[in-house]
Ligand binder design. Sequence first.
Ligand code: NAP
Length: 290
Amino acid sequence: MLPLSPITVGFMRMGQWGLNRAALRDWIGTVLDLGITSFDHADVYGDYGVEDAFGEALALQPAQRDRMQLISKVGVQRVSPGNPGVWHMHYDLSGAHILATVEASLRKLRTDRLDLLLLHRPDPLMRAEEVADAFDRLQAAGKVLHFGVSNFAASRVRALQRVLAQPLLVNQVEISLERPDAIWDGTLDSCQELGLTPMAWSPLGGGGLFRDDPARAGLRQALREVADAYGAAPDQIALAWLLAHPAGIRCVVGTGRLDRLRGAVHAQSIQLDRQNWYKLLAAAEGRQVP
Ligand SMILES: NC(=O)c1ccc[n+]([C@@H]2O[C@H](COP(=O)([O-])OP(=O)(O)OC[C@H]3O[C@@H](n4cnc5c(N)ncnc54)[C@H](OP(=O)(O)O)[C@@H]3O)[C@@H](O)[C@H]2O)c1
C-alpha cells in the first residue's frame, strides 16, 4: 500500500519560498515532524529546477528519505531554458519520455526510487501499451513503487487501466472551493468506483480564495463565518471542506510557510457538519442546491 499523508506539500512554488539548501533541509525535517510526509514534485516545476534544489537539500540529510513519500510527474513539455530542444509546448507520454524523465528525476532528487509517479496531463497521442511497458520496466527496476495519473477523466483512467499490470492508485486533479466542479462532474465518483485516491491540487485555489475579488466576496464571507463558528482560520476550513468528502481527498498545499502548514495539519481534526459544508458549497457556486 501507498501511505500518503492527508496533507501533502507541493513544490511548484518552491522558488518563491526563499529557502537556501541548509534552510530547506531544516524545513524538511520540521515538516516531517508535523506528520506531513508526502512531497509532490514534477520534472517541470521551477523551470525544471525544483527537483534538483530539493535533492541538494535532501543530500545534506539522506536519512530523511525513508521518512517521506516522493511523488513526481512526467509528461509536460514546456518551452524553457531548463528543457532544451523543446520549441513548442506539448505533452509527451511516450514510453521513451517516461523512462528518460524518471531517470532524470531520480538523479535530481538524489534518490533511488519514486514512491509514486503520476502521468501529469493526458496526452492524446499516448499509446497505452507503451505506458504499460514503461511502468513494467520502472517497477521491475525498483525505480517507481506506485503509479497514478493527474487531470485524467474517468474514461481515460479506465482505458489506461485496462492494459496496465499495476493498479493506478491516484488521480491528482484540481478541486477547491474556488473550483468545486469535481464534486459533481464524475471525477470523485470515478475515484470511488475505481479505488483511486483523489489528490486535490491548488486546494486553496492557488491563494485565489483569499484575494480581494468582488466576485468572490460571498465565499470569503462564508469562509470567515464558518471559521469563526469552528474557532479556526479560513484556509483551515477550506481544507477541512475537502477532507470531509468520503472519497478520501488528499490536499496538495502549495505554501512553504510553517505556520500555514501547522494550520493545515490542524484542519484534519475539524469535522464540518453537513449544513456548514453545504453553506460553503452554495457560496462557492453562487447558488443553493435545488
Ligand atoms: N497535477 C497538476 O496538474 C497540478 C497543477 C497545479 C499544482 N499542482 C500541485 O499542487 C500544489 C499546490 O498548488 P498551489 O500552490 O496552487 O496550492 P494552494 O495551496 O491552493 O495555493 C498556494 C498559494 O496560496 C497562498 N495561500 C495559502 N494560504 C493562504 C492564506 N491563508 N492567505 C493568503 N494566501 C494563502 C500561498 O501563499 P504563501 O506561499 O504566502 O503561503 C500560495 O501562494 C503544487 O505545488 C503542485 O505540487 C499540481
